[in-house]
Design a protein around this ligand. Structure first.
Ligand code: G1P
Length: 288
């Protein structure tokens, strides 16, 4: 079972400016929960007990969010939000939160590499906080496929060709098959944000990874890729070229909240699903 998750959260959030000028994009609210809390809940529900947040010294609010706050807990208790009090009070007790700093924006590969000492010599998840998932089932599937294959397992979704150039895209070898009850496909390469006619498949990486610690050596050897940044995708490509890794196919409900439309969709969905406000919000939407 994988119990450590790395969450890269040092980016500047340029697509959500000016909101992200003073508030880190990971703390923008989706209803009353900051986006980062969805990531934490997904991780904890999948059995994670150590979160490694890769942040920047320019975003102290992220560390502040994880500090125990007795007053906030009293206020939440008064509002009847006992589940949230319980979740927040676990930080620092049964869920350990470590912070590592990425002070230069050198890319996702560099961010994950910064977590090396905090992770140690064990398999770990990487969770990109721009992508919110409906539940923790995808992490559980990645952990199971990693458990039975012993190598890295990466969440992917089949996407229309026109969308592939926004993602890392797998170069599969062999056919889709069942591994530990999950649909999976082995791959020997992966290309970051390919031109539409250069995509090796329609299997796009959707922001959840179960990785083995030898990836840190590949990360340390990275040179800037075609985007000028150190790409996690390029480290995966060199690891997969030695022995195939696994793509785990998923149709899980997901939202890319790193762009204004995706964020709005996530807020509307959370509003409709809200236990107290959902019905009133639905009526109002129908009205307008
Ligand atoms: C990152 C990864 C990419 C992946 C995507 C998923 O890209 O580099 O391989 O497909 O996340 O959201 P970004 O969206 O940060 O540019």
């Amino acid at each position: 079972m994988i119990t450590t998750a790395v969450v890269p959260a040092a980016g500047m959030g340029t697509r959500m400016l000016p909101a992200t000028k003073a508030v880190p994009k990971e703390l923008l609210p989706v209803m009353e929960r900051p986006a980062l809390q969805f990531i934490v809940d997904e991780a904890v529900d999948a059995g994670v007990d150590h979160l490694v947040i890769v942040t920047s010294r320019a975003k102290p609010a992220i560390e502040h969010y994880f500090a125990r706050d007795a007053e906030a807990e009293v206020a939440l208790t008064r509002l009847g939000r006992h589940d949230m009090v319980e979740r927040l009070s676990r930080f620092g007790s049964d869920v350990r939160v470590s912070f590592v700093f990425q002070d230069q924006p050198l890319g996702l590969g560099h961010a994950v590499g910064c977590a090396r000492d905090a992770v140690g010599d064990q398999p770990f998840f990487v969770m990109l906080p721009d992508e919110l998932m409906a539940d923790s089932s995808l992490l559980v599937a990645l952990s199971e496929v990693h458990g039975s294959t012993g190598v890295g397992a990466i969440a992917v979704k089949r996407m229309p060709r026109a969308e592939l150039s926004r993602y890392g895209v797998l170069d599969p070898v062999g056919d889709e098959r069942e591994v530990s009850g999950c649909k999976a496909i082995p791959f020997v390469g992966v290309v970051e944000k390919p031109a539409i006619d250069a995509a090796p498949s329609d299997l796009a990486i959707i922001g959840r990874y179960a990785l083995t610690p030898d990836i840190f050596d590949d990360l340390a050897r990275l040179r800037p890729g075609n985007t000028g940044e150190l790409q996690l995708t390029d480290a995966l490509a060199s690891q997969a070229s030695r022995a195939p890794l696994w793509g785990v196919l998923s149709d899980i409900g997901r939202r890319d909240i790193g762009n204004p439309l995706g964020w709005l969709q996530a807020v509307v969905e959370a509003g409709l699903a809200h236990p107290e406000l959902g019905d009133a919000f639905r009526d109002w939407l129908n009205e307008i």
